[in-house]
Ligand binder design. Structure first.
Ligand code: SF4
Ligand code: SF4
Length: 195
């Protein structure tokens, strides 16, 4: 099927269904309407065994309008953005981008079963917005302190080992061109607010 049959997001000004909402919130053309439920994506996914639903099942749920059920699924949070499903999809569905859309929607609408993954994303984004890159030690420490304080002691040995072997930085460093990155991020937020 060619992409000529697809309604691009720009044509969905006022989404009426959850399916249209997801398409409108995905940058570019998601091609989600072209999903033929073949299951190639789930069969290709390295995280499939940990997911509540395969990407195929998730897309069927979206088409059925099961918004809350979809956003509560752990599937998007287990997606590691490897893009393997996307390159293998016979219908060119932008599966990985849709996973990001679902994560954004879940955070925005506070619909999720387990707050750990959304919190991890927020902490990660916070580091990137302030330093231009992730700071692994800070990211892990903050996350563990909030969700599993006793786990900090278990992880401490590994963290020290990684720092002493130079595999992980002890302090965060800001990238050059932080002003440029902030301008890009502010513009993106501006565009998202009017979308
Ligand atoms: S591989 Fe593509 S067409 Fe097949 S189920 Fe997954 S998204 Fe749908
Ligand atoms: S991009 Fe995500 S959903 Fe697709 S195969 Fe990789 S982990 Fe699975």
């Amino acid at each position: 099927m060619s992409s000529a049959n697809i309604s691009p997001p720009s044509e969905i000004k006022h989404p009426k269904s959850f399916l249209e909402e997801v398409i409108a919130a995905t940058p570019g053309e998601s091609h989600l309407m072209n999903c033929i439920q073949c299951g190639t994506c789930g069969g290709s996914c390295p995280s499939g065994q940990d997911m509540d639903h395969t990407p195929r099942a998730l897309f069927a749920m979206i088409a059925a309008g099961l918004k809350e059920h979809t956003l509560k699924s752990n599937t998007p949070w287990y997606c590691v953005s490897c893009y393997y499903c996307t390159v293998r999809c016979p219908q060119s569905v932008h599966i990985t981008d849709i996973m990001y859309t679902l994560k954004r929607m879940a955070v925005k609408e506070k619909i999720y079963n387990d707050a750990k993954a959304p919190d991890f994303s927020k902490t990660f984004i916070n580091w990137v917005e302030n330093y231009g890159r992730a700071f692994e030690l800070g990211l892990m420490s903050m996350h563990m302190l909030k969700h599993n304080p006793f786990g900090v002691f278990k992880m401490a040995g590994m963290g020290v080992g990684m720092v002493t072997k130079g595999r992980m930085a002890f302090t965060p460093t800001r990238i050059k061109g932080m002003d440029g990155l902030k301008a890009i991020l502010n513009k993106a937020k501006e565009l998202e607010a009017v979308a």
